[in-house]
Design a protein around this ligand. Structure first.
Ligand SMILES: Cc1cc2nc3c(=O)[nH]c(=O)nc-3n(C[C@H](O)[C@H](O)[C@H](O)COP(=O)(O)O)c2cc1C
Length: 345
């Protein structure tokens, strides 16, 4: 409940940049496409989505948030996008709150729905979480930055890689490993790939700021981590530059159709948003959130047309120009930013 309260209250003071202002498309004045034939649908974890967008993990586990999951699930069903529930740990400890997660499947029987637990869980716990919501896949979150500053946080992060490897071998659905707003480096993405992971959400810096949230909850001086982490645009390019056969999700501070389109061109197969969707649902209601998702998707289709991309696959191959801090970071890390600029229009 406190996470919901403070996430909704976060203001621009708590924002760091996600870095998308450093990336640009090359406008195509001669697109030779019709808007209504631009196809932004995609397949993710074997299910077709109306657009490459997900309502990322937010909540569940308290009677007071069941209506939030109900609303988010209805929006996902209505708009044809994916959804993940928040950490199901509370429901493993207290069966009375299982319904606050299960409601997400009740409201969206056919949609792509992901379970969520900490990456240190056991296969039995993960299986319970999957069964609880009839999940198509499970998100395992990595959140050392949050745990360290959380009053009741975990401080032992040893053995997570091996545990993930063990979980992948013993779970019936695809496993997606995600951060919660601090991002992932190319080395971490490569290590996860070697552990068998094929779905990664970099969830970088620049959006919902858990150091700020835990700071407000009276955490252990979380403020020194307020600007900690890898901005999402950089994290995404670190991840995709590894050149691995892996599905990358971009999240953390994506706030517009342009951010979504740039993330897809930078190599993401799905984009995800959490904080702003929660805020709109809580403050303005389900219909407004449905409109917002519709506006984001319509904007994405317009940008696809203006880059000459008839579908998401084509958008992923369009040139992008990377400048500023993001370019400097990537160059110093040995990543060739010109490769993205030299793609065919
Ligand atoms: C209120 C709130 C609760 C969250 N709880 C979880 C969680 O339980 N598990 C998780 O993996 N991520 C959780 N997240 C993180 C989001 O899934 C996402 O990675 C992060 O907020 C960055 O995206 P954003 O900037 O669009 O919010 C939560 C986010 C919010 C706003």
């Amino acid at each position: 409940m406190e996470h919901i309260k403070y996430a909704v209250e976060l203001d621009s003071e708590d924002d760091a940049s996600a870095g998308f202002e450093d990336i640009s498309f090359v406008h195509n004045a001669l697109p030779e496409l019709r808007y209504d034939e631009v196809d932004c649908s995609c397949i993710f974890m074997g299910k077709k989505l109306h657009a490459p967008l997900m309502i990322n993990a937010i909540t569940g586990g308290h009677a007071g948030v069941a209506e939030i999951n109900r609303g988010l699930a209805r929006v996902a069903a209505e708009t044809g996008i994916a959804m993940a529930v928040g950490s199901q740990r509370a429901a493993l400890d207290d069966p009375d709150v299982r319904s606050t997660f299960a409601v997400a499947r009740e409201e969206n029987p056919k949609g792509l729905l992901l379970a969520n637990l900490n990456a240190l869980c056991t296969p039995e716990e993960a299986n319970q979480a999957i069964e609880m919501i009839g999940a198509d896949g499970i998100q395992l979150h990595l959140n050392a930055g949050q745990e360290l500053v959380m009053r009741e946080g975990e401080t032992n992060f040893k053995g997570i890689g091996k545990n993930i490897e063990h979980l992948i071998k013993n779970l019936p659905v695809p496993v997606l490993v995600k951060e919660v707003g601090f991002g992932m480096s190319r080395e971490v993405v490569t290590a996860l790939f070697e552990a068998g992971v094929r779905y990664i959400d970099v969830s970088g810096r620049g959006g919902t700021n858990f150091a700020a949230i835990e700071g407000r909850r009276g955490g252990v001086a979380g403020m020194h981590l307020k600007k900690w982490g890898i901005p999402t645009a950089i994290s995404l390019l670190e991840a995709t530059s590894a050149g691995l056969p892996i599905n990358i999700v971009a999240s953390g501070g994506l706030r517009s159709s342009l951010d979504m389109a740039l993330a897809l061109a930078a190599g993401a197969s799905l984009t995800a948003i959490a904080g702003p969707f929660l805020k709109v649902l809580v403050e303005k209601g389900e219909d407004r959130l449905i409109s917002l998702v519709g506006e984001l998707i319509a904007g994405l289709k317009q940008l696809m047309l203006l880059t000459g991309a008839a579908n998401v696959q084509a958008l992923m191959g369009k040139p992008i120009i990377i400048t500023g801090y993001t370019a400097e970071w990537l160059q110093r890390r040995g990543i060739d930013v010109n490769l993205y600029a030299c793609r065919q229009i």
